[in-house]
Design a protein around this ligand. Structure first.
Ligand SMILES: CC(C)(COP(=O)(O)OP(=O)(O)OC[C@H]1O[C@@H](n2cnc3c(N)ncnc32)[C@H](O)[C@@H]1OP(=O)(O)O)[C@@H](O)C(=O)NCCC(=O)NCCS
Length: 166
């Protein structure tokens, strides 16, 4: 049985929607360099998308929570999905993608993200998916360090040019 202060990892449910939107928004704020304007309905569109992800059979969202006497409290999450690109070029057309990962600041460096990633990797493995990708912005040094520690190597780089309006 879990003790006070233990970490529990479970599947996200529709009840976690507000929490996941808030974490995802925090990641966006951290990563956004404002070079591309966001939609005026960004937050409600984000909520709609996450609602769909929670129902998507190809997607998996896990919540890390801390066990305490008052009840469990969410402290982080990971969001992933499976992409199928059946163009006949690859032996295995499926690929795992980790879209989001967030652990609250006061709970970092306790291996929580590593546990979340490991559970997602196990799940992909069970489904015969052995390629997993994630992406992060150039300025997110923390993400680069973390993903490198998990064995993820940078394989491609996106170059962007913003054209001025006429
Ligand atoms: C990146 C993030 C998810 C890591 O979560 P975490 O639970 O603290 O990570 P872990 O404790 O599992 O760290 C695993 C390893 O990653 C590396 N690492 C993690 N945070 C680090 C830091 N601040 N400085 C240097 N190395 C770090 C270390 O090698 C660490 O192993 P160690 O603690 O044994 O040295 C967390 O910092 C976070 O939520 N950041 C903001 C959101 C974000 O950038 N997400 C990723 C892009 S979507």
């Amino acid at each position: 049985m879990k003790q006070n202060g233990d970490i529990n990892i479970r599947l996200a449910t529709a009840d976690d929607l507000t929490q996941i939107v808030s974490y995802t928004h925090a990641i966006h704020q951290q990563e956004d360099d404002q070079s591309i304007p966001t939609h005026t309905n960004f937050l409600s569109n984000l909520e709609k998308w996450i609602k769909e992800e929670l129902k998507n059979p190809l997607s998996l969202i896990l919540i890390a929570e801390i066990v305490n006497k008052q009840g469990n409290k969410a402290i982080g999450f990971i969001g992933s999905t499976t992409l199928i690109n059946d163009n006949g070029f690859l032996d295995n057309p499926t690929k795992g993608v980790i879209n989001f990962l967030w652990v609250e600041k006061e709970h970092r460096r306790k291996n929580i993200a590593t546990q979340l990633v490991s559970m997602i990797e196990d799940c992909f493995k069970k489904n015969a998916i052995n390629v997993i990708e994630c992406s992060f912005t150039k300025k997110n040094q923390l993400a680069e360090t973390f993903w490198a520690s998990e064995g993820y190597q940078i394989q491609s780089v996106i170059a962007r040019k913003i054209l001025p309006h006429d």
